[in-house]
Design a protein around this ligand. Structure first.
Ligand code: ASP
Length: 340
């Protein structure tokens, strides 16, 4: 019989409305289990690890990502898969971070949560939880069907580092426009086998636990001032995620390009991702991005913002040399990027 470890970190799925203030607050895992007697009927053993401090995912941070990676490592061999209950607000960041932290992953890590608490009558939590467990234990020819870090939400399974939260009020909270969904649940659970990654045979899980969150974000808008850009680029960080226009374009004002060039000379790594949610960065396609390419800005291609930030944290922890950080930033490490 398969064994699945459920790790409970918090989020709306496990919240209850305070009878007096009406504010949603986290509850403990036993109270959650009481709301899903169906769990007993699943044909698998379920173990539970509840975090001591149950959080709203807005309080998520890299130290907790390390704790999660450590838990997975410690329980890796005795479990067939993992389901992580997590608030949806920052779920895509945690899923992206873990995808980089867990190299050669051979077992499913399925993140899920819900928009309504599990105790609410119209809750989406039960379906999300039950199917996440089904996916975590799904095997074919004795191999996990989806040995990836994923997000399961509203009948769809997404690659974690390709998804982002795009809707705060519909049950369909996540999207992944630059990569196909990995499975869809309806009358049948259908996996898209060709879109799912598997580790090379014989490769062992490697945990990378040294994330460095020295990362700044430069989001461009017409009229952005020199002082703002200076403050960001001169700040004491090693990596900058620059959110640009369209296919990776920026203003060509001299002061702006000079500041970028200086930041790179100072040893910062700057990655260019687009404010568009669909499509890819193509450095050099327009005059407005040719200079960016020439000065050594990394192309983020079609990476999500969540992936770009967490990949930068991961690479800064792995390499001191900015040239190596840039080189790996532009490579597909965990299926997070389509290099064109
Ligand atoms: N604020 C909640 C959280 O991210 C929202 C949710 O769970 O969907 O923890």
């Amino acid at each position: 019989m398969s064994q699945i470890l459920i790790i409970y970190t918090g989020g709306t799925i496990g919240m209850m409305s305070d009878p007096i203030t009406k504010v949603l607050k986290p509850i403990n895992f036993e109270q959650i289990m009481d709301n899903v007697p169906e769990l007993e009927k699943l044909n698998c053993k379920i173990k539970v690890h509840s975090f001591e401090e149950i959080i709203d995912s807005s309080n998520m941070n890299p130290a907790i990502w390390s704790e999660l990676a450590g838990l997975i490592e410690a329980n890796y061999h005795e479990n067939d898969g993992f389901v992580i209950l997590h608030g949806s607000d920052t779920m895509a960041y945690t899923a992206s971070a873990l995808s980089f932290m867990l190299e050669n992953l051979g077992k499913p890590i399925i993140f899920t949560g819900s928009q309504l608490p599990i105790s609410a009558i119209r809750t989406d939590a039960k379906e999300n939880l039950m199917t996440a467990i089904e996916i975590a234990k799904a095997k074919k020819n004795d191999r996990a069907r989806v040995p990836e870090v994923c997000i399961y939400f509203d009948y769809k399974l997404f690659r974690g580092n390709r998804a982002f939260k795009y809707n705060s009020s519909k049950f369909e909270a996540f999207r992944s426009p630059n990569y196909p969904i990995l499975a869809e649940s309806g009358v049948h659970l259908r996996f898209s086998a060709n879109d799912i990654r598997h580790p090379q045979d014989g490769e062992e899980l490697i945990i990378h636990n040294n994330l460095i969150s020295d990362v700044a974000v430069l989001k461009l808008y017409p009229g952005i001032g020199q002082k703002v850009v200076e403050a960001i680029l001169n700040s004491d960080v090693r990596g900058v995620v620059m959110e640009t226009f369209g296919a990776g374009n920026t203003t060509t004002d001299d002061w702006f390009l000079n500041l970028l060039e200086k930041a790179i000379k100072d040893g910062k790594v700057i990655v260019d991702i687009s404010q568009c949610k669909v499509g890819t960065v193509e450095l050099g396609r327009y005059e407005t991005s040719k200079q960016l390419k020439d000065m050594g800005i990394a192309s983020g291609y079609d990476m999500t913002f969540e992936s770009a930030v967490t990949k930068m944290m991961y690479l800064l922890g792995e390499f001191d040399d900015p040239a190596l950080v840039k080189q790996y930033m532009e490579q597909d490490l965990r299926g997070e990027i389509t290099v064109s």
